[in-house]
Design a protein around this ligand. Structure first.
Ligand SMILES: *[C@@H]1O[C@H](CO)[C@@H](O)[C@H](O)[C@H]1NC(C)=O
Ligand SMILES: *[C@@H]1O[C@H](CO)[C@@H](O)[C@H](O)[C@H]1NC(C)=O
Length: 383
């Protein structure tokens, strides 16, 4: 291996969002701490655990090379100490390898061997980085191993004892997987510490478990505030700022949240929304949470109920002061979705008669137009 590209080292994204995976490790449950080590982590470790900086690659045909065009081996050598490691990977053929690796050494050392075998049979892996014991050379300093299909091997003189726990058996057991904690209530009054355990002096912080999909939501003076004041140059079409949270499999629940707009900071048609059952994102479509979104335009005195990009219902609502604090509740129970603004029910819709598609479960969401918008006292309650 001269280089390897992993899209991300650690995938910390709600599982219903697009492009799931593509990382050496998954950690999608910060509330339980559960994580998953992926096969790509071990195939990377075959090299990274048996080499160190300043080792030299041996040239092709002089220690490294292809195995009959269906695999490869790369030798790393520490020229000072003569320590070396050989990393072998096979693709679709198997062969027997005998190779002299010890030119110039007084006596050929025995090598520690670790093997990853992708398939023992259809359903079982043969294990990751399994300790295969020591491989001794024959009297001509030739080492022989039987290579199977889809295998990686590391043969090394390196003393791996100091990180034995990461070779072979995985000693650390991840915490048990667990559901998102419900009911969930957050007033944003105490910003969580950052990854280094520090609380920002100005009190501005990311909100734990929230996953922004467009715009930026940060805790500011005890509220969660959308920060991006205008539509940016987009990476992909971004309909509106939104952030999601919760359990991808929850069906019947309500989201309750307070919001406030500042008259000096927002356009006339400013809006906010709260959503439930956000699921099945289409990454090529406009980035709008594809769930039930109750959208309120305080200054225009109207509301809209969306199912993703599809308008389900609409109406008027009067606010004495559009820029005071108001409350939205959106609730989904079976085939019905309900909306409340400041405690008054504005909609009760049997959605299955109106839309096709899977709006049966998913994450909670909040969002706004491209302007600042403050949210407070957020709750997810099972109903
Ligand atoms: C390499 O490939 C050739 C042609 O397919 C085959 O005859 C030979 O046995 C292979 N050698 C090894 C060591 O697998
Ligand atoms: C959601 O449900 C599916 C199907 O039952 C299951 O495979 C998946 O692990 C669940 N995910 C979570 C995060 O609970």
């Amino acid at each position: 291996m001269t280089s390897t590209v992993a899209w991300s080292l650690l995938w910390v994204v709600y599982p219903s969002l697009p492009y799931f995976g593509n990382a050496l490790m998954y950690a999608t449950e910060p509330w339980s701490g559960s994580y998953e080590l992926r096969p790509t982590l071990y195939t990377t470790a075959h090299t990274t655990h048996s080499t160190k900086p300043d080792m030299k690659f041996l040239q092709v045909n002089d220690g490294s090379g292809l195995l009959n065009d269906s695999g490869s081996f790369v030798t790393y050598l520490d020229e000072d100490t003569k320590a070396f490691s050989v990393v072998v990977e096979t693709l679709t053929f198997s062969f027997e390898l005998g190779k002299t690796l010890t030119d110039g050494a007084d006596a050929a050392p025995s090598l520690r061997a670790y093997r990853t075998r992708i398939k023992d049979d259809l359903f079982e892996t043969g294990g990751y980085m399994v300790d295969m014991g020591k491989i001794s050379p024959d009297k001509n300093s030739v080492y022989s191993i039987d290579l199977g299909v889809d295998e990686m091997w590391t043969l090394t003189t390196m003393d791996t004892t100091q990180h034995d726990s990461q070779f072979g058996e995985t000693v650390l057991t991840p915490p048990e997987s667990g559901r998102f904690p419900m009911p969930y209530k957050y007033s944003f009054d105490e910003p969580p510490p950052n990854a280094f355990g520090e609380t920002a002096a100005d009190g501005v912080a990311s909100a734990q478990y929230w996953s922004d999909q467009a715009g930026v939501f940060a805790i500011e003076n005890g509220r969660l505030v959308q920060q991006v004041p205008e539509r940016p140059v987009e990476w992909s079409p971004e309909d509106a700022p939104s952030s999601v949270i919760g359990d991808v499999n929850t069906t019947d629940y309500e989201v309750k949240v307070k919001f406030q707009l500042n008259e000096d900071e927002v356009p006339e048609d400013a809006y906010v929304f709260a959503g439930v059952r956000v699921d099945n994102w289409n990454p090529n479509a406009l980035v709008r949470p594809s769930g039930f979104l109750l959208t309120v335009y305080p200054n225009l005195g109207k509301w809209r109920l969306w199912a993703g990009m599809r308008l389900l219902s609409w109406g008027a609502v009067e606010f004495e002061d559009p820029f005071a604090e108001h409350e939205i509740v959106v609730r989904a129970v079976g085939d019905e979705v309900f909306g409340f603004i400041n405690g008054e029910q504005v909609v009760d819709k049997k959605w299955k008669d109106w839309i096709r598609g899977d709006f049966t479960k998913g994450l909670a969401a909040i969002g706004s137009g491209w302007h600042r918008a403050a949210f407070d006292d957020f709750e997810i309650n099972a109903v």
